[in-house]
Structure formats: structure tokens, C-alpha cells
Design a protein around this ligand. Structure first.
Ligand code: FES
Ligand SMILES: [Fe+2]
Length: 397
């Protein structure tokens, strides 16, 4: 599956490194290996705590075939529960009225379940902690003990307002491996920022690593984006140290002036966050927590993108902005966000067209490995993160 010597050529110093062998983006066997060794082992971001403000608030997600529901309990704890009914296996969050209408592609759902989830099939009910609290007409089933039945739960961690789930019950906790990243972005107070309405794009036509690489290098910004990205030029890339065990890869993009923003004016539309230092108002910080989360900072806000690997050539995207809650009270909030969003959408179109084209390129018989620019330095850290999971015996970080 992996050739240690070949892979190691991607994890030397950036000045000497090669990109990954192209088959890592197109071979379904690699994706299956990643499923077992990465996606079912690592902490996967599924959303934000503000999606679950009140007791009973829930949203569903299906991670690598595993249906689950994230719910806030009356004790205000957020839990990740299996959404598979313990009776005959219906998903307890599926609308019973068949309103979705597309049983080949069940929608995820969100809402408030009240005091309990009620499975629409036979009305078994489960509390916020997964405990079966009611099962009608089971009185002629001797020995049936509702107290012994509960929805299984998954490991769940909250980090700065981001909700992470792990399919591996034995995974090491996440937060201790994110301490450096947490210190780096402390002044943005992510925990108390709130999301704008998210953009959901399932099935984008590329391998998940292509999108990570696109986000983790500044080499393309002067070229692919050209003048549109003038406020954060390629030469502003600042590679941070990445040590073994770090769950995040971080880097900076130094802007040409403080209080920058990626829009045609180069200035933020919202008030600059008062908690930021002069330096923090000048450098956009990027935090990549593979395999699913990317966070970027601006002087007035932050941005995040949750990536959901679906197949070797398919990746879902869920992304949004983060601002202090009182910014949403600004009567012009929607207009300002839309102006900013339109510009970012234009940049995204350029990036995503490139990602789709690269995916096709990687499948070519002529695809090959290449040397990289110093402005692509963080790629080597991503390759090293991958090496530690593909080939743990070979090192990597
Ligand atoms: S399958 Fe859920 S109550 Fe029967
Ligand atoms: Fe880009």
C-alpha cells in the first residue's frame, strides 16, 4: 500500500520535498485505508455549539456510514448518540411523514426534540442521554427492561465552540494536542463567536487532501487569485513549527496593512475585534485540524470550513463565518455579510475550479510528483501528519 522510501520524499525540508505520489488522490484503496486509519481514528469536526443552544436542540450527521445525532441535554451537556433505534433500526430523527421523499438520499435534519426523541416507526422514546424512556405495548414481552436499553454514544469533545466526534472509543483526547493552536487564536475568543448561516456543498468533485493543500499554501494566491488577493500576497506566507503530536497545522499570511480583510477595499466591513493585538490585526492565522477542520482569522471575524471526505474523489463542504454575537444585531449585518460573501465566493470559485481540475489531473497517466515553492511550506507538515497515520512506524508528526 505505502512505499516508505517514496513517501519520505514528501516529508523532508520544503526546499527538498516532493508532492505526494498522485495515486494518493485517485486510488480507492488509499481512501479505504484512510477510512480505517484516519477517518475512524481521528477527531472529526461536525459543527458548532451555537447550533445547539437549548436543551433538546439537535442536528444529525452521518460519518462514514455511521448515523448519529448531536444533542444538548437538560444538563446542557452536548452528546453524540447513535441515531439507530434499538428496536428495529430506524433512524430516530427521520421525519415520519416521508416529507423528504428521497429514500435513496436521506437528508440530515435538525430541530428540537423536546424532552425525548420519538422514533417514528413504533414510537420508542429516548432521553437526551440516549436512555430508553418509553416503549408502547411491550407489556406482553416478558423480561423486557427499558432501563437496560439506551442509544450507544460516541466520544464527543468541544474545543473553542467546535464540536468534534471520534468513532474510536480509545482515541486520545483532542484538546491537549491543540494547546498551541488555542494559544495562537486565543484573542479571537472563538468560543463566544457565533456562525452566520452556513453554506453546505456535498459531493464536491475532488479528494479531501486536494482541498487541504489548496488551503494550506500561499503560492497560488498571487497567481490564481491575482489582484483580488492583493491584501494577503503570496510572499506573506509564514510557516509555523509543527511538532510531533500536534493535532493542528498552523501558518500565517501577513497582510500588507493592519486591519485587513479579503475584499476589494482591503478593509473589514465589521468593527475590528478590540481584543486583537496590532500583530494579530495584520496577520491572517490559519489552523488546519486534519482531516476535517480549517479555521482562518480576519481582523473583524473568523471563518471555518468543515470538510467531509465522501469518496476518493468526493468531498463535502460546510462553511461559515464567525463574528461576535452583537455584530448580528447590526441592521446592516446581512448586507455586509453578503458583500463579503460575494467576494469570497468568487475566490472560492477559483479555488474549487482548480481543485476539480487537479483531481482530473491526478488521474492522468502523466501525473507526477513535483518540487515545491517555499510559499507551499505547510504542505510538508500536512504530508508529515499523513505519514504518521499511513506509516506510523516510519515517523511523521
Ligand atoms: S424501529 Fe424504532 S420504535 Fe421500532
Ligand atoms: Fe485560494
Amino acid at each position: 500500500m505505502h512505499d516508505l522510501e517514496e513517501f519520505a520524499k514528501s516529508t523532508v525540508e520544503p526546499a527538498e520535498a516532493l508532492t505526494l505520489p498522485p495515486r494518493y488522490y485517485v486510488d480507492p484503496a488509499i481512501f479505504e485505508y484512510e477510512r480505517e486509519h484516519i477517518f475512524e481514528k481521528e477527531w472529526l469536526c461536525v459543527g458548532r455549539t451555537e447550533q445547539l443552544r437549548n436543551a433538546g436542540d439537535y442536528f444529525t450527521v452521518t460519518l462514514f456510514g455511521e448515523p448519529m445525532v448531536l444533542v444538548r441535554g437538560a444538563d446542557m451537556e452536548i452528546r453524540a448518540l447513535s441515531s439507530v433505534c434499538r428496536h428495529r433500526g430506524m433512524l430516530i430523527t427521520t421525519p415520519g411523514d416521508g416529507a423528504d421523499g428521497d429514500w435513496n438520499d436521506l437528508d440530515e435534519s435538525s430541530g428540537n426534540c423536546g424532552k425525548a426523541f420519538k422514533c417514528p416507526y413504533h414510537f420508542w422514546q429516548y432521553g437526551h442521554d440516549g436512555q430508553l424512556v418509553q416503549a408502547p405495548d411491550m407489556d406482553r414481552t416478558p423480561g423486557f427492561d427499558p432501563s437496560a436499553i439506551r442509544l450507544p454514544s460516541f466520544r464527543c469533545e468541544i474545543w473553542l465552540g467546535f464540536i468534534f466526534v471520534n468513532l474510536d472509543d480509545n482515541a486520545a483526547p483532542l484538546a491537549p494536542r491543540l494547546e498551541k493552536a488555542a494559544a495562537l487564536v486565543k484573542n479571537w475568543d472563538f468560543e463566544n463567536l457565533v456562525s452566520a448561516p452556513p453554506l453546505d456543498l456535498p459531493g464536491m468533485p475532488w479528494n479531501w487532501k486536494i482541498l487541504h493543500e489548496n488551503s494550506a499554501e500561499g503560492y497560488h494566491v498571487d497567481r490564481l487569485h491575482g489582484p483580488a488577493h492583493y491584501v494577503e500576497p503570496s510572499a506573506g506566507v509564514e510557516v509555523h513549527e509543527h511538532e510531533k503530536g500536534d493535532a493542528a497545522i498552523t501558518f500565517g499570511m501577513r497582510a500588507i496593512h493592519p486591519d485587513f480583510a479579503l475584499n476589494p477595499t482591503g478593509k473589514p466591513f465589521f468593527p475590528v475585534l478590540e481584543s486583537l493585538t496590532e500583530e494579530e490585526r495584520t496577520v491572517s492565522l490559519w489552523v488546519l485540524i486534519p482531516p476535517t477542520l480549517l479555521i482562518g482569522t480576519n481582523s473583524d471575524s473568523a471563518f471555518y470550513r468543515i470538510m467531509r471526505p465522501e469518496a476518493v474523489d468526493r468531498t463535502g463542504i460546510h462553511q461559515s463565518y464567525l463574528t461576535p454575537p452583537d455584530y448580528q444585531a447590526n441592521p446592516l449585518y446581512d448586507d455586509l455579510l453578503a458583500m463579503s460573501g460575494d467576494f469570497h465566493a468568487a475566490l472560492n470559485r477559483q479555488d474549487w475550479m482548480a481543485d476539480a481540475a487537479i483531481q482530473r489531473g491526478m488521474g492522468s497517466r502523466h501525473s507526477a510528483r513535483s518540487r515545491i515553492s517555499w510559499q507551499e511550506g505547510p504542505l510538508v507538515q500536512l504530508y508529515s501528519w499523513l505519514q504518521a497515520r499511513y506509516l506510523p512506524e516510519a515517523g511523521g508528526k
